[in-house]
Design a protein around this ligand. Structure first.
Ligand code: E4P
Length: 220
């Protein structure tokens, strides 16, 4: 499977790259805007935080197919290997069809339905990103959508991967992995929830305390 962080926090990426088996970092315009950094400065900094290894994902801002194509080409030129995120609108689907022969890696984003995700895969998206928590928040079932999308891609577009996104809890992410999806991108707070479980900390503290009571500061 592939594990990504969904963030523009360079320091956090640097720290977590030492801990997690990260394949890279995903961003979107809101994440970049909230971080208050310029994309062209952020992307090289993220690359460095990943020690030059790992994929970066950045999204086009344009809404027309021709402008999306121009932005995608610009991103690919400046950051070789970048995966360009394109919203799966009518214009986005058209842009993906135009871009596919260029070999620029593509991700279809803002996916709220399995059929929409399948269309992106058929248009040439290497990854398709369903928004799990946003679906749950509007009364849908994010994990069920991921399961259906994964089945559709396996059957009809096996060259594309589901990259499940938009999580608020580790349970949502695990649900997607159990549903068969091969890649997930976690916001920092969800990655933190996965790593910092109070019961684990308490158990490890107890091991140390009881060892110290019996043997003092003696190490192995
Ligand atoms: C991924 O493609 C999306 O940009 C992102 O995961 C959306 O997450 P949010 O619902 O937390 O904004």
């Amino acid at each position: 499977m592939e594990l990504y962080l969904d963030t523009a926090d360079v320091a956090a990426v640097k720290r977590l790259a030492r801990i997690l088996p990260l394949q890279g970092v995903t961003t979107n315009p809101s994440i970049v805007a909230r971080a208050g950094v310029r994309l062209w400065e952020l992307l090289p900094a993220l690359q460095e935080a990943l020690n030059g290894e790992g994929k970066l994902f950045a999204q086009v801002i344009a809404v027309s197919a021709s402008e999306m194509v121009r932005e995608a080409e610009r991103l690919a030129q400046r950051i070789p290997g970048i995966v360009v995120k394109i919203p799966v609108t009518e214009e986005g689907l058209s842009a993906m069809k135009i871009l596919k022969p260029s070999g620029i890696p593509l991700l279809g984003t803002a996916v709220y339905g399995a059929a929409q995700g399948l269309m992106a895969a058929l248009a040439g998206a290497d990854y398709v990103a369903p928004y799990v928590n946003r679906l749950d928040a509007q009364g849908g079932d994010g994990v069920a959508t991921v399961r259906a999308l994964q089945q559709l891609l396996t059957l009809h577009a096996p060259q594309s991967k589901v990259l499940a996104a938009s999580f608020r809890t580790p349970q949502q992410a695990l649900g997607c992995l159990l549903a068969g999806c091969q890649s997930i991108t976690l916001p920092l707070d969800v990655a933190g929830q996965l790593l910092n479980t109070p019961a684990v900390t308490a158990a490890v503290d107890a091991f140390g305390r009881e060892w110290q009571q019996a043997f003092g500061s003696q190490s192995l």
